[in-house]
Design a protein around this ligand. Structure first.
Ligand code: ADP
Ligand code: MG
Length: 212
């Protein structure tokens, strides 16, 4: 069981996310077709493919923070639309928060995830309940911190966070979108799962797998 998130674990996390995005691409795209423009799965596949290429070309990066900085930069530059800059800023903020630690323990990962959540809120201006990816990020980070405070390991906290992200994403079905493209639909956005919340679940599940 990994007690620390090191550079290899971050690389595994990103590879796992990329695989999940490929596997779920059509589902993410269908979710986005219902309340957006139908590009979410394809956009994220492009982004995480670019991340894989960038990481493979930078084997010298040996700190989790510097790996995440490259991931964030790559997502911002390779994904158009809202989600690229949002995920990119989130992972960049996480990298910045980890600084030059060679391996991050649960507490450091929790603080970095909180910084990522705050970066999404800062950039997108959404709050909980607006039917966005934040509705998965907020409970995920809270769940991570809750599990740690209860004596949980990094792995336990990451597993708990993934479950909380899933619960939060489910709750977006009943919400009316107040940010992003889906907000153009107003009340007609109710009854659909938010695609960005759905992809956030994939990110947190892959995190849990990378530290198991
Ligand atoms: P676009 O809407 O530009 O086509 P994507 O389809 O890739 O971008 O991503 C859509 C997702 O981005 C939404 O489902 C939502 O979760 C997220 N999103 C959009 N706007 C915001 C925002 N202002 N704050 C947080 N998340 C947002
Ligand atoms: Mg879209």
């Amino acid at each position: 069981m990994a007690e620390l998130l090191d550079a290899d674990a971050v690389r595994a996390w990103m590879a796992g996310t990329a695989q999940a995005v490929v596997r779920e691409r059509d589902r993410l795209t269908e979710l986005d077709a219902a309340i957006g423009d139908g590009d979410h799965g394809v956009s994220l596949q492009r982004g995480f493919t670019a991340v894989g290429v960038a990481l493979a070309a930078a084997p010298e990066l040996s700190l989790p923070g510097t790996v995440l900085l490259l991931v964030g930069r790559t997502l911002v530059s390779s994904v158009g639309g809202a989600s690229g800059p949002l995920y990119g800023s989130a992972l960049r903020a996480m990298g910045k928060a980890l600084g030059d630690a060679p391996g991050a323990d649960g507490k450091q990962v929790g603080a970095a995830l909180a910084a990522a959540r705050d970066a999404i809120a800062g950039l997108g201006g959404a709050r909980g309940g607006d039917k966005t990816m934040l509705d998965a990020w907020i409970p995920a980070v809270a769940g991570f911190e809750f599990a740690l405070a209860g004596g949980g390991s990094l792995q336990g906290a990451a597993l708990f966070a993934a479950g909380a992200a899933e619960g939060g994403a489910e709750e977006t079905v009943a919400m009316e979108a107040r940010k992003g493209r889906a907000s153009y639909l107003g009340a007609r956005s109710v009854g659909h799962l938010d695609p960005g919340a759905a992809s956030t679940v994939l990110l947190f599940r892959a995190l849990a797998e990378s530290v198991s």
